[in-house]
Design a protein around this ligand. Sequence first.
Ligand code: SAM
Length: 429
Amino acid sequence: MTKVRRNHAEALTVEVLEPGPERVEAPCAHYPACGGCRFQDLAYEAQVAAKAEQVADALRRIGGVEEPPLEPIVPAEEVFHYRNKLEYSFTATPDGPALGFHKAGRWDEVLDIRKCWLTTDLGNAVRDAVREWARAERLEPYDQGDHTGYLRHLVLREGRNTGQLLVQLVTAEGERFDRDELVEVLRRFPEVRSIHWSENESQAEVTNLPTTLLWGEDAIEEELCGLRFRVRPNAFLQTNTKMAERLYELAGEYAGLTGDETVYDLYCGIGTIGLTLARDALTVWGVEVSEESVACALENADLNGITNAAFYAGEVGASIEELRDRAGGRRSRRPAARRALRQGPAPARPAGGVANRLRLLQPDHAGRQRQGARERLGLPAGTRAAGRHVPAHAARRDGRAAHEEGLTKPSLCRRAALSAPRRRPQSAQ
Ligand SMILES: C[S@@+](CC[C@H](N)C(=O)[O-])C[C@H]1O[C@@H](n2cnc3c(N)ncnc32)[C@H](O)[C@@H]1O
C-alpha cells in the first residue's frame, strides 16, 4: 500500500499470480516505473468503460443526478503516439544529464526515457538530441531536493497536422549555456520552427513561464477542422489533436447552429472551438484568462479571415453577466444579438497588431508573470491586465473570487470597452 485515505487507498502490484481477462502486455519498456502512463496493461476498451463509470459515478454522487443521461464515450482513434505536447524533466545520472518523466508516485525521482509511446519518433529524437547536447555541454541538471543545478525542463509541442515543432528549454536563473550551440543542434531537425528559453527562479516545478525566443518564429501552427491556429509556448491546446477535431465536430453537431446565434466560447484558450463554430454562427464571443491565449485567439481569427468573432482577456465568472447583457441574454436572444451588432462594426484595427487589440476585462494583480506577458505582447507598462494563471478548480469559485481577491466589481466589461464582433460576411457562410 502506498497511500491510505479515508475514502480510498493506493497500492502497487507486487506480483501477478493469474492475469485478469482485461490485462494486456504494456508495449512501453518504461512501464510501470514511469509515472506518465498508468493503465498501459489494461485493455483500452476496459479503460474506456472505467472512465464512463467514473463520470456516471461523479454525476450521481456529487452532482445528484440519479440517472445521468450519458452517451457512450467516443474512443480515441489512436491509443499511442497521440500527444502533441510533452514536458520532460532533467535529472542527473552517472552518465550525465538525462531527460524523462517522474517515476510513478515520486516527485523527487525522474526516469531517463529512451522511447515514449505518447509522442512521435520526431518527439523522441528531439528529446534525445537535447540530452546529448546537455551532456556535451557538461550542464548540470537541477536537483529538486536541494534546489541546486541548472537544467530544469524541456517542453516539446508538435503541430501534428502541420509537422511544425516548438521547443522550450527551462533552466534555473541566468544564461549558462551557449545558445548558438543549442540552436544548431535543434535546427538539424527541419520540423523545428520555434526555439524558446525560460528561466525559472522559483522552486516550483512549472513551465508556464515568460520565454525568450532563441530562434525562429515565436509560435508554431496547428491545423484543426480545416482552420490554422498559431500556438505560442504557453497557450493551451488540446493535447490530442485528432480527438480535438472530433470533439469540435461533435460540439458543432450538438449546437446545431443556424447562423442566427451568439456563441459564447468561455474558457476559450486560443479560440479553437469558437472559431470552428464561427462559420455557422452570427457572432462568437470568447473569454479567457490568459492574455497570451487571447492574443493567439485574435491572431487565429485573422489567420483564418474570420471577422465575426471577438476575444477578451478576463475571468469568465466575473464577466459572463455583462457579456450576456450585451448580447441581450435576459431578453430574447436573437433581437439582442442583432442589437449588439447594430452598435456598429468593431473599430478599425489599430496599428501594432494583436497587442493593441487585446481587450482587458479585469483589473490587475502585480506579478512577474503578468509583466512578462505584457512585455511579450508589447502592452504598455501601465496596462491593467489579467494574465494570472488560474487553475482548473478556480472556475468553480469565479463568482466569489472577484470580490475575495480584491478585484473590483462592477466590472470588467465596462472597463474593457467591449465592441461587438463584426457580422459574419456572406462569403464566409
Ligand atoms: C482546458 S482549457 C480549454 C481551452 C479551449 N476551450 C480548448 O478547447 O482548446 C481551459 C482554459 O480556460 C482558461 N481558464 C481557466 N480558468 C479561467 C477563468 N476563471 N476564466 C477564464 N479562463 C479561464 C485557461 O487559461 C485555459 O486556457
